[in-house]
Each structure stands twice: as structure tokens, then as C-alpha cells.
Design a protein around this ligand. Sequence first.
Ligand code: NAD
Length: 476
Amino acid sequence: MAWDFHKQFINGQWTPSTGDGRIDVVNPATLQAFEWVPDGTIEDADRAVGAARAAAPAWAATPLKRRAALMDDMLAHLRLMDDEIVSLEVQELGSPEFFARATHCNYQFERIESYISIAGTLELESNYAQSLVVREPVGVVACITPWNYPLGQVVQKVIPALLMGNTVVLKPSRHTPLTACLLMEAFRLAGFPAGVVNMTSGRGSFLGERLASHPDVDMVSFTGSTRVGVHLSQKALESVKRISLELGGKSPYIWLPGMKDYRPAVDKLFSSVFLNSGQTCTALSRLLVPESMKDEAVRLICETLPAYPVGDPRDPRVKIGPVASRAQYDKVRGYIELGLSEGAVMAAGSVPPAEPAGGFYIEPVVFVDVDNKMRIAQEEIFGPVLCVITYRTLEEAVAIANDTPYGLNAAVYGPHAEAVAVARAIAAGNVYVNDGPRDITAPFGGYKASGIGREGGAAGLLEFTQFKAIFEHGNQ
Ligand code: NAD
């Protein structure tokens, strides 16, 4: 499918920007710009919000069954674009094809399906002792998303917001804006009413700011860095908007003694901290092992590294593509240098060259002898960099795990009862025990500086509603 990415989706139509600015989309494996999207103007953002505001009353009054049926149709159209989604994520994000298909594409279809089926089961009205309590849409929701899971982060917001009767203005990341355009086209093909869902493209510091402070926006749902999330919330609170934040992480993975085989734990570690080039908010970037197990753990990790080759994402043997942008490359490289200067020992990997050769490639780095107080253990690196930290007692392991501003994700590998006890003691919104798979219907989100609110399943849908209590004579 040849696609024109040079327009924005406003009021049900593909619309040129009122400005003539362009934002290049660069392929991180070739360093070449291969597409561009409009550098949206304040006027574009205002038009999108105006369309969403005008469409809000009728959409809120549309029965949930009808909204869900339209969403089903949308999903059917989106499924037909699967090869295009995969190809775009290989190009705009540098994702190897196998990962693009499984995670950036098919998993997102599952998420949409899950939201549709759960929406139909929600109790949105209940009788209290002396009142009828209803959950209503919040209104116009601005959805601002990051570049690391380009379609996934959009799906987590736009789908539940719409199902719950809100109208939406989406601003995807300027680094990876292309698959969001396909999603908008699927909404158009499914016949969503004009103005219910809108998309502007552009710079966060400009368009994002406008959306967060726009008087006609009722809620801001943001995924991105903690720094920007806090700033944007301050803006949004000036007009008392609802806020939902999915922010950064520095997640611990605790290995307990007493397991026969640690290879399953190595597989989980690699899929979390190295796949997607380590650019995952939930990356288990701090591995906590008993002091006595350090050498064995490092040996297992280093033995596994050759199974995760780094390279051109179009090569089917490659597991790890480039990092997504020059800014990411420089940031991750800076942290690798910082780790060495802080005294950590590099057990695997190297400092990438200051000038990237061919693409933004960074070999996985394994730092050992890391003290949890080091900046490389406290700050989100968002690249393929693992910190191995040792502990002496279980209490110390839990204390180290919790010694972080963040609280998004964690994992424990060990004898079951002990591992569950440790999972309960960790201050994080999600904790995996042994080979527990991710439950798409469970609430996802962070403690502490990792966020406010939840995505996924019923909790993710209800996030986009507000309570109204109706007191009436007849009920007393
Ligand atoms: P970012 O904070 O730089 O940008 C996120 C979005 O905000 C982008 O659309 C950007 O254009 C916009 N933005 C930037 N400055 C803005 C401003 N001043 N006002 C309004 N909007 C602005 O984050 P990023 O680099 O795109 O993404 C990486 C971050 O996202 C990491 O910290 C990662 O942990 C986090 N993340 C969190 C989750 C989660 O579910 N908790 C998921 C994915 C990514």
C-alpha cells in the first residue's frame, strides 16, 4: 500500500497542515531520512481539539455496543495492514522484523481485541444505598505518546478512551509517527464519525504543550519520560485536567539461590533488557544476584550473548537492531562512558564510536561490580545496558530493588513461595515471578516516579471515565 504521510487526520479527513514545516523520519539503520510528516502548527492542534470537542456529545451518547462494533471493524481494517506495520517499524524504529511482527504488530491486535471484549463486560452503573452512580466519559482526551513502541503506546490510550465514549486528539512521537497514520486510516475506513478521533504530528515541546494546556482538553494521557511527564502535568493542572502518566523505570530482576537451572531467567533477562535495543520502559536493567552466584551469572549471560546478534534489522538472523535515533545513541553512549568512570567493570560490550558507523548500533553492555548508588544504576539509560549488582541477604536484595525513584516493573526468579514473598515486598506496579507470562487484561502502570494511573484491561478502560452520583427522591 502506498501511503501519503504528509497530512494530519482532523475531523474525519486527511488534511494538510496550515504550516509548511516538515519533520524527517530517519531510518536508524541507514541514517537516511525516508519519509516526512508535517511539523504541526498551533492552529492544527486547535483545529483537532475543536473537532474533538464538537464530536464529543454525540459520541458520548452513542451506545457502548455501537462503539465496540465500530472498533471491531477498525481492527479488521488494521489487520489487513499488518505487513505495512511491520515494514514501517523495521524502518522507522530499526526493529528486527521478527520482533516488529510479534510485538509491534500482532500483540497490538490482541490488545485491541482484549479492550473490545472487556468493555462489553463493564458495570458502568450501580445502585448505591441512596443513589445511582454512573461512570461517564471524561470528554476530550489528548494522548501524547513516545517513540519506543510506536503503535503499542498509541493503542494503550486511544482504544480505551474511544470505547469509553471520549473523543481523542493524538500526538505521536515525531521520531516514529508512521504506524499511527495507519491506525487513523483504519478508523476512517471503519466509518468512525468525523472528529471522534484526530491526529496531529509535530514537536512535543510545541504541540504537546498546546494540547496539555488547551482549555477544551479535559484529560491528558501521557507516556514518556518522567521529566516531561511532570512538566506537562504542571501545565495540565493549571486548568485542572485529568492526568494519566506512564513514565520511566529502572527495574530490578532478583535471582534467588536454590534453583537448578538459571537459563530460563537469562532468557527473560535478555528479552527484557536487550530486545528492542533496550528501549523498553519495563526493561529489567538491574540484575540482583547473591554474591556467591556472581561469577556463574555473568558466565551464563556472556555465553548467551552470541545468540543475540546486533545488526541490520532487515537481516533475519539479527535479534537486536540499532537504537532509534542520534539522540538515543549519544545518550546511551554517554552512560556507557559514565559507567566506566564510576568504576563499574565491563564484562561484555564496548564503548560505541562517537560517530556511528552506518547505523546507530550499540552492542549489549554488561556492567559488573555495580553499586546501586551509581548513576548507571539509578537513572534510566534506555539502551542495551545491564547492571549486575550483588547482595548478601534477601532483605538487602529487596532494599536494593526498592532503592530507586522508579517503581514500574520487577521480576523474581527463585523457589516459588520465597519468590512470591519477595514480589510482594517490591514497590512496583508489575512483578513477574519465574516464568509468569504477562496478562494482557491486568492493570499495567507504575508506583512512585513511574506514573499515575493504569493501562490495560478493565482498569485501563475505566481510567477514561469519571463518576457521577445521581441522588433523586424516588430512590429514597
Ligand atoms: P519523551 O518524554 O521525550 O516524549 C514523550 C512524548 O512527549 C513525545 O510525543 C514528545 O513529543 C512529547 N513531548 C516532549 N516534550 C514535551 C513537552 N514539553 N510538552 C508536551 N509534550 C512533550 O519520551 P520519549 O523519549 O519519547 O520516550 C522514552 C520514555 O518513555 C522513557 O522514559 C520510557 O520509560 C517512557 N515510556 C514509559 C512507558 C510506560 O508505560 N510507563 C512506556 C513506554 C515508554
